[in-house]
Design a protein around this ligand. Structure first.
Ligand code: GLN
Length: 197
């Protein structure tokens, strides 16, 4: 599948933004590491990476990103949060000491799989991604306890635990597709960028 070349930003305040960058570049996209809110205007889509959600939330506030990111989400351009990024998109989060972007109708629980299960992998079906199950990597991952309003679940573990949700132009995954060689979720996201074109 080929995609129209887009300019995709990766929020680069903290976390694994380089891995997203590399995967997007492998897919032929122009990638911008976003460190200033003024860079948002030129983007067709934005990824908020995994990392430490309390740290990223603090840096979002101290770098003047909170309202610009809310406006970006409201603009209809695609935004994808992976792991800590998903936490920052959620309207309801347990145990985050300051507000994130609070734009998706999901309730999310941080570090939900417990200390004993720091990281794990699972082969999952992801709605809209055909072919083999996707090998998803979870690292101190959150789980999506509830979707409501405009959000809907698009990927679950075998026991029904929600690990990805979609709401119009917004995507949240509690796992890290940028850490496997499988580009299909990034392709899914780029197709979202094409929907609005
Ligand atoms: N546990 C982290 C948090 O709560 C998220 C981990 C990750 O992004 N891999 O922010």
């Amino acid at each position: 599948m080929t995609y129209v070349r887009k300019t995709v930003g990766v929020l680069a305040l903290q976390g694994d933004f380089r891995e997203h960058r590399e995967m997007l570049e492998a897919l032929g996209q122009d990638v911008v590491e976003v460190r200033k809110a003024a860079q948002l205007g030129a983007l067709d889509a934005l990824i908020i990476p995994g990392g430490e959600s309390t740290t990223i939330a603090r840096l979002i506030i101290s770098n003047g990103f909170q309202q610009p990111l809310r406006d970006f989400c409201a603009s209809g351009r695609p935004v994808w949060g992976t792991c800590a990024g998903a936490i920052l998109l959620a309207c309801e989060v347990d145990n985050l000491d300051r507000p994130g972007i609070e734009t998706m109708d999901i309730a999310i629980r941080r570090n939900a799989f417990g200390r004993q299960v720091d990281s794990f992998e699972a082969a999952l079906r992801f709605e809209g991604v055909p072919g083999e199950p996707f090998r998803a990597v979870f690292i101190r991952a959150p789980l999506i306890e509830r979707v409501y309003g405009r959000a809907r679940a698009i990927c679950t573990l075998d026991d029904g635990t929600i690990v990805a949700a979609r709401q119009d132009n917004l995507l949240a995954t509690s796992f890290h597709p940028e850490l496997t060689g499988d580009e299909r979720i990034h392709q899914y996201f780029l197709a979202m960028a094409g929907e609005g074109a």
